[in-house]
Structure formats: C-alpha cells, structure tokens
Design a protein around this ligand. Structure first.
Ligand code: ANZ
Length: 950
C-alpha cells in the first residue's frame, strides 16, 4: 500500500478503502452462510420452506456450470455469474422466490490427462480444483443456495445420470404417437402381432440374441457398429470436432481412420422434428436458434428407387431434393461404405467401360477395394470440401433411370457420404455443380432439365426456370416450374411404388461412448451371448473402480486394423462379475466404455431442484413448481440461462433431447429445459508480444507515449485477444478483490458495456467504480468519525425528482439485464446526492436498496449502519412514484383574442381537461377576462390554450 493512502487513512480512518471493503465483505459472507440467506424453499419435500414465500412468483436463474480447471478463474469467467447474481438479487427484492445456485461439470479430459502424466487420481485433482474455485467464487459474494450445489462426479449425482441412461435404453420412439414409450410396449406389440417383426418372423421363435438385435433397431440408446474416427496413436475414438481438416488428431497429430466399431449411440434423430418445432416458443437469441436449425438441417425431397440392370431384384434408393430433375440423372454414385456395393459388382469390366473409370484396376472388385482403402483415411469434412477434385471408380454395374429407361453407370465416390440421406445419389450434372465436376472428369453425359438463361454454358444451372427434356409417354414436365415439376414427379413415383416424398435431416445420432476412464460407467452388462442387460436400479450407482493406469492402450499410429482397449477393460475383477438380474446368479461382463462429457450437463438443472432426493431424480412438486409450463412459457423451463455462445449447438441440443425423453416417459412436466437463454460477451485482454512474436507478461508492460514497453526488452506490440495463462495476460478476481474489494469488481464488470457484447479488460479503469462506492459511503458515513450523517428531513422536490427518475430507470434496466445503464443512472443519482448539504435518511436508504443487487456487501453494511436489523437481501426494491418521474415541465401559452395573457409551467402529460381548468383558474387569465363570459376554449395540451370570449 502506498504512503499517500496511509496518510489519507490517518486523516479519514473511516473511509471506504480496500481494507474496509475486505472486512465488510468477509463479515457479510460469513453472515449469509450462517443465516442461509439465499436458501430458496421448495413447495414440499426436504427443502420445503415458508409457504408464504412459495406462494410468490418464482424465478429459476442459472449459469452454465464450470469445469473445475486447475488454472482457476480469471476475471473473464465470472462475468456471467455476476450478471445472474445481480438479476437474482433484483428478483428477490421484487417479490420472487428465487432459485440460484452453481455446481460443477467435473468429469473431463484435463483431469484425466493430468492423471495419466502424474498418477494422481482425477478425483483428487478435480476436488482440489473445485475447492480453489469455490473459494474464488465465494469471495465475489454470489448469492447461491449452497445446499443445492453438487458436482457431476458425485456418485449420488451420477447414479441418476445412469438411471436416465437406462430409461433411454429401455424406451423406443413411437412415430405414430410422436413420443418415446417403454420398450415393453414394443415387445408386447411384437408378441401379439399388432406390429410386424422386421424380417417377417415370429417373435416367440426368435432367440434372445435375435430379439436383442431387433430391439436394438428401436431403442433410443443402442449399440451399433458405427463408422467412427479411430485414432490408434491415441488409443481412442474421436469426435468429428477433434479431427483436423487433413484427417489427423487435433491432439498429438496422429492419423485418424474411419473404422466400424461397436459403440453406444443415442437416437436423437427420432426427435429431429420436435427439436426443430419447439425452438419457436423459446426466448433465445435468434442466432442460436438459427445454428440449431442448421445443425438439424431439415430438407424436403424424395426417395427414388433405381433398379440395378443385372436381372436381379436389387435396387438403389437415393435421396434427392430435386426429383424434378430425374430425367437428367445420367449416372449414380454410392458412398464407399455403402452395403450394396459388393453385391452389384460384376466379375469383369463390362463393354463400354472407359479407361479412366477403372482407376487402372484389372477388375471392378479390385478397383472398388483400392478406392475404399483410400477413402478410409479421409474425414467427412475433407470429402465435402468444395472445389476439390471429385474422385471415384466405376462399380461395373448399371441401373435404370425410372423415367427415361436409360442404363446409367453406377460409381463409388467419396463426395457422397454414408451418413446422409441413403448414402446414394442420382447424379444430375446439368443441375448440380458437384455432379457437373464429376461428369466432366469422367466424361459422362449431361442432360439439362431446367432451361438456363440465355448464354449459360460450361457449368451446371441450379436456378429456377421451366423444365425441358423431361417427358416420356406417361409424364410430361416440360414447361413446368421447379416446384410444380417436383410435385408432379413425386405423385407419379408414389403411384407406381418407386418413390415417395420424404423429409431428410442432417442431424446424426449421437455417438455416446468414449474409451476413457474419467466418465460415468455404463450401467450395462453383457451375458455370454453378447446380449446387453440393464442393471436394476438397486445396483446404481455403478461406481468407477480404482485403476492403476488411467490411459487407454495406444497402438502403432499407422495401424488401422487395431481396436480400442479401454482403461476399465484391464480391470478383470470389475469387468467379470456374477450378478443375479432376476433369473439367478450368472456371469456377465461389464461395458467398459464410459459416457461422454456431455452426459452430466444434459439434466443438471433438474437436480438443482431436489439435490438430495434418494428416491427420485426430482420430485414432481419441485419440478412442476420451478420448471413447469406457465403462461408465456408453454413448454416450461428455466427462467434465465446464461452462458457462452460456444455452446450454441451440442450441449443445448443434447439437454433438450433428454428433457423430451423424460417428458415423454412422464418423469417431468417441462419438455424444454431452458425457456430463456442469454449469451454473455467475452472479456478480452491485450496481448503484448515482443519482436520475436512471443507474448510477454501483460502485468509488466508499461504503456506510455502512445506505445507499450516491456521493461527489459523495449517496445512491444499490442493486440486485443483472449484472456488466459498461455497469453500471459490473465488477471484474477483475487487480485482485483484484494486491491479494491469484490463490490468494486462486480460493478466494474457490469459497467463495462452491454452484457452480450465482448469488452476489453482494463485494470486501470476499475478505480472508477471504486470511487463511486467511496462517494456512496461518504453520502451516509462520516469518514473521520464513522458516524452516520443522514438527517431525518424530507427531501426537496428536485431531490425527489432525481431519485424517482433513477428508481424508475434502474428498475427497468435490472429487469432487462441492462446493468451497465443501471450503473450509469445510479452514478448520476449518487453524484446529485453528493452535492446536497444534508442527506435525508429516506434518500440514503433508497440509494442503498438500489445498489444492493450490484454491490451487496456495502449495501448490507450501510443498511445495518442506518439502523436496520434485517438483511437487505429480501427488502423491497424501490418503486418510483410516477408523479416525480415525468420530465420537468413545459411552458403552456394562454391566449385571449390572440394575445398572450399567461405562461403556465405544466406537466407534459397533462390532459386537455386538466389544462383547461388550470388555465381558466390562473389569476392573470381571470383578470384579463374581467368577468366576461366564454364562447369557446381551444386546448392543445400541453402547449396552448386559446380562449374566445362571448
Ligand atoms: C439430385 C440432385 C439434382 C440434387 C440437383 C441436387 C441438385 P441437402 O439440400 O443438403 O439435403 N445428396 C443426397 N445424399 C447425399 C449424400 N449422402 N452425400 C452427398 N450428397 C448427397 O442436399 C440433398 C442433395 O444432396 C440431394 O439432391 C443429392 O443431390 C445430394 F439438381 O439429388 B440431389
């Protein structure tokens, strides 16, 4: 601390300083904890509370919960937490029962990586990180109901994550009911013949393994041999996002192969249409809704069957968004992984095969095998990259265009993806750019079926126009516009049973297993036939076993023929178990994959409602009360959910999906988890780099003479970027709290700009908010004596106006998350009060109440010093008197026979009748009239009154 501060402190021992703030803040934080100030009561159950409080309107206000990182928090992290806290505090003061708490999303890779490197159990490092973050968060004075906090790694919590998994495993999607239903209902339908068993067999004649296979095609959680990104070098399967554009692992830079491996999946595609439709009533940023819509990717089109022209019954089904162009389909392409390929490939190249179609191979089978191997090492992103040369080989097979009857060659090409549509396309080079490129490269015919504009040549035409070259004996599209032609073709195909209109979604099922240690174990065991069995609820939670080695087994990075070996699989005692699942003790093997990181965050909002319930995931009462549908929130959900826009798709989509399943199965009343979503901006920071481009510690850079200087190395460059350890520009909340106090930090973060906009951090500017609090303090407390200086006098008119205008504006700002403008209005009011000779008690109290949501510690302290024994947290937020809110006055001119007789100061909101009364009663007007009668009064409120005497 500098000498001047010390001197000032001697002169003013009761000044609001960092030391005083620290003392005040620690005391009130202890008080809140001991008092349970932020405990929100449930309507019933273990956390039930005062019925009078429960009768109030409710607000459930939530943050995206943090991962407990070893680096701790920098000042960017709590931006959203402070905002929700201010919002929650404002609502507590406006008569709401507010639920606000924060847990931890604590399974995840960093702790596992650390465990692999150091041998420290991930639980140990994760818990230490949580303790550290909890201390950092407590220092900020966040009003969390701590009874409701938990971490996703708590067995008490993940028991229910596993329970939900089993609900999903034990259900299927009934398309006709548009709902998930218990798998038992489906089995009953197969048994009684109401539903045909796929393959036309009799249910009672199927073996257990065959039944399991059939049910696997329906379950909402199912294991399947899915093409996945297998990385032998890391020993694990990777998500698409973890693979670089050139087909290597983001981490470690190892080759990644497409391999078919048995993996757990979630059938999110069953919910594609509901996930799309239910976006509408949600109060979410439009940009996020759009990203979800694009991710789900609904396309309307048709499925069309092409017969293979080898005399067999084989047919190739394609998905197309342009059935109107069917007359122009001159060849076909199958994805390299397509199942049909092997059965249609002939022994030898047929006549008419062009040299460049064969890839130089002696037979079609060799050509296809070589091509497949090459395609295996490419990612979907690579395969779809625009402008890339289109590759492929001829399968040797032909199919028949159903409208022209022409034989069209069938190719294998990697620009067709297995995971989309049917994995097969009809190629129309005349109307599709990719097909045009392929047709050019392979010398395939082009038939235009839409009339392009004059002079259009040398490329596909994808626009609108009348159909051409599109007629046979039965159907004539020529002259029709695209939409009409589509409808006509679909009707024709449907009638003949060779196609139908369909909707296709880009959304894929969710790959749900990981070859990791630090995740939720699957509550699944396999019997000796390999049939999966759900563990009964009584065996949950299935806890993670202790292991010696946390890393998956890694292999030769280039050996694609390996397959994963998970850390859990090496634990024979845990894996190989004898269990009684209802038909006597039998031996089983446990599933050794774990669930992905997303699982724990898919339903945590529900557990906040009833965190200690050991019987149910959440009680009906608590769920209905906090989450249930309401007016304006037809699908229910959290009242405000704040987090970063980077979670636009996956987390929010997965959480919505789980909500819908739990809703369908009758466990909850809300089919959407988050009614209102808000994305806070980022706190950015300057990154300083020396001449070599290496970041230097920002704290040691001095800015002067329009440049930035690092004390040893001289001039450095300055650029706005992310805040973080690696860029050496992280500022911790702890530092700022130590220097100014938590209330100043809270104010500064909220004052930096609109909440949804990114803003640069500037430590030097923090002092501005510190001074605001010092002035507030001085308005109530004498710095020399510590005495409260307020007087028991009524405020004058000007003060009342200033006060009520501020109250009105701040209230509206608070309700709309505009904390920066609320602070500006508060600052103006506080400055006004500073200029008064004496501060009336009522004004001081209103000031304290107004700042309480933003700066809760100083507010509590001043409230106490003003003589109140209760906490300010549950006091009423000030309400403006409209009479004082209206803008000053306007001048009204009163005329008599066209001459001005008086000027009146009136409210701009005055009515015509009122103004007429005031004008006629004005002494100057009365005098001017001199008792004469009045013929007519013309009033133009608020500016003019014209009197015409009789
Ligand atoms: C014939 C056609 C003619 C097509 C035309 C387009 C234009 P969206 O809108 O994204 O749904 N397609 C279908 N399945 C595919 C797959 N598995 N991999 C790569 N491409 C695939 O795109 C649907 C269109 O993309 C489909 O319509 C198909 O090409 C292609 F003038 O069929 B179209």
């Amino acid at each position: 601390m500098s000498e001047t501060t010390t001197a000032a402190e001697v002169a003013a021992p009761h000044r609001y300083t960092a030391a005083l703030a620290a003392d005040i803040e620690a005391r009130w934080q202890d008080f809140w904890d001991a008092d349970g100030t932020y405990a929100a009561p449930n309507p019933s159950g273990e956390l039930a509370g005062d019925p009078a409080v429960v009768a109030r309107p409710k607000k459930f206000i939530m943050d995206m919960f943090p991962y407990p990182s070893g680096a701790g928090l920098h000042v960017g992290h709590p931006l959203g937490y402070i905002a929700t806290d201010v919002y929650a505090r404002y609502h507590r003061m406006t008569g709401h029962n507010v639920l606000h708490t924060l847990g931890f999303d604590a399974f995840g890779l960093p702790a596992e990586q650390y465990a692999v490197q150091t041998g420290t159990h991930p639980r140990v490092s994760t818990e230490a990180n949580m303790e550290n973050m909890k201390a950092q968060l407590r220092r900020l004075g966040l009003g969390h109901d701590k009874r409701r906090s938990f971490a996703t790694i708590d067995p008490e919590y993940y028991k229910w994550t596993q329970w939900i998994f089993l609900q999903i495993f034990n259900s299927w999607y009934d398309d006709s009911a548009r709902s998930a239903r218990p798998i038992a209902d489906l089995i009953a339908q197969f048994e009684n013949g109401e539903r045909e068993v796929p393959g036309g067999r009799v249910w009672s004649e199927l073996s257990a393994a065959e039944r399991d296979e059939v049910l696997g095609g329906y379950r909402l959680a199912y294991a399947s041999d899915a093409p996945v990104n297998w990385c032998p070098g890391l020993g694990t399967v990777l998500a698409n996002e973890e693979v670089t554009a050139d087909g290597r692992s983001e981490r470690g830079n190892y080759p990644v192969f497409k391999a078919k491996l048995r993996q757990w999946n979630m059938r999110i595609t069953a919910y594609a249409d509901r996930l799309l439709e239910d976006l509408e009533p949600l109060d979410w940023p439009e940009a996020i809704k759009l990203q979800q819509r694009n991710w789900i990717g609904r396309s309307e089109g048709a499925r069309v069957d092409f017969r293979v022209s080898d005399g067999s019954d084989a047919k190739i089904t394609v998905f197309t968004t342009r059935p109107d162009t069917l007359f122009g389909a001159t060849y076909m392409v199958l994805a390299p992984e397509h199942d049909l390929i092997d059965s249609i490939v002939p022994a030898a190249w047929p006549e008419g095969t062009k040299e460049k179609w064969t890839g130089g191979a002696a037979t079609p089978a060799e050509a296809v095998a070589a091509y497949r191997k090459q395609a295996q090492s490419k990612t979907d992103v690579e395969r779809q990259t625009e402008g890339k040369d289109k590759t492929g080989v001829f399968t040797g097979a032909y199919a028949l265009n159903p409208l022209t009857g022409e034989r069209v060659p069938v190719f294998v090409g990697d620009y067709v993806l297995m995971g989309y549509g049917t994995g097969a396309i009809m190629a129309v080079p005349g109307q599709d750019e990719r097909d045009w490129e392929f047709a050019t490269a392979f010398e395939l015919p082009v038939v235009r079926t839409v009339q392009p504009p004059e002079g259009w040549e040398g490329e596909a035409y994808t626009g609108q126009g009348p159909a051409i070259n599109s007629a046979n004996d039965e159907i004539d599209l020529n002259g029709m516009q695209v939409d009409e032609a589509k409808r006509t073709v679909i009707a024709y195909l449907t009638e003949r049973g060779i196609g139908e209109g369909t909707v296709n979604f880009r959304l894929r099922d969710w790959l749900f297993s990981r070859q990791r240690y630090w995740g939720e174990p699957f509550p699944i065991v396999y019997d000796e036939d390999g049939v999966a069995h759900a563990l009964p609820e009584s065996m949950l939670p299935l806890e993670l076993p202790e292991v010696e080695d946390y890393s998956p087994r890694t292999f030769d990075p280039d050996d694609a023929d390996t397959s994963p070996e998970t850390p859990l699989s090496r634990n024979e005692e845990w894996v190989d178990v004898t269990l009684d699942l209802g038909d006597g003790p039998k031996r089983y093997r446990r599933e050794t994959n774990t669930m992905p990181n997303w699982a724990g965050s898919c339903w945590y909002e529900l557990r906040y409602l009833d965190p200690h319930n050991s019987e149910r995931l959440v009680s009906d009462d608590a769920e209905r009360y906090w989450m249930g549908p309401r007016e304006g929130q037809p699908l229910g959900g959290v009242d405000l959910y704040v987090g970063g826009a980077e979670h636009a798709v996956l987390h929010l989509l997965y959480a919505r999906f789980w909500s819908k399943i739990l809703f369908d199965l009758g466990h909850i009343s809300s089919s959407e988890p988050f009614h209102k979503l808000f994305n806070q901006g980022m706190i950015q920071a300057y990154v300083y780099r020396d001449a070599r481009g290496i970041a230097v510690p920002a704290a040691e850079v001095e800015e002067r003479d329009g440049g930035a200087f690092y004390y040893e190395g001289g001039k450095v460059s300055r650029l706005l970027g992310k805040m973080g350890k690696s860029l050496k520009n992280a500022v911790t909340p702890d530092e700022i709290c130590a220097e100014y106090g938590a209330d100043t930090l809270r104010l500064y973060e909220m004052a930096m700009g609109p909440l949804d906009v990114s803003r640069p951090w500037d430590t030097r500017a923090v002092v501005g908010q510190y001074r605001l609090l010092q002035r507030l303090w001085r308005n109530v407390v004498d710095e020399a004596t510590g005495e409260v200086t307020v007087v028991d006098a009524e405020p004058d008119e000007a003060t009342l106006r200033a006060l009520h205008k501020a109250v009105d504006g701040i209230g509206q700002d608070m309700a709309n998350l505009r904390f920066n403008t609320a602070i500006a209005k508060f600052t103006e009011l506080n400055n006004f009060v500073t200029k008064l000779d004496e501060v009336p008690r009522s004004v001081a109290e209103q000031l304290v109440l107004l700042i309480a949501p933003l700066a809760p510690h100083i507010a509590e302290e001043l409230w106490r010093r003003l003589g109140h024994q209760d906490s300010v947290v549950h006091r009423d937020f000030p309400v403006a008197d409209p009479a004082y809110v209206v803008d000053e006055t306007v001048t009204c001119v009163v005329q008599l026979k066209g001459k001005v007789k008086a000027r009146l100061e009136v409210s701009p909101a005055i009515s015509d009748e009122e103004l007429e009364k005031v004008a006629l009663g004005d002494p100057a007007v009365v005098a001017a009239l001199g008792g004469a009668g009045i013929r007519k009064v013309i009033v133009r409120a608020p500016k003019l009154v014209n009197i015409v005497p009789a």
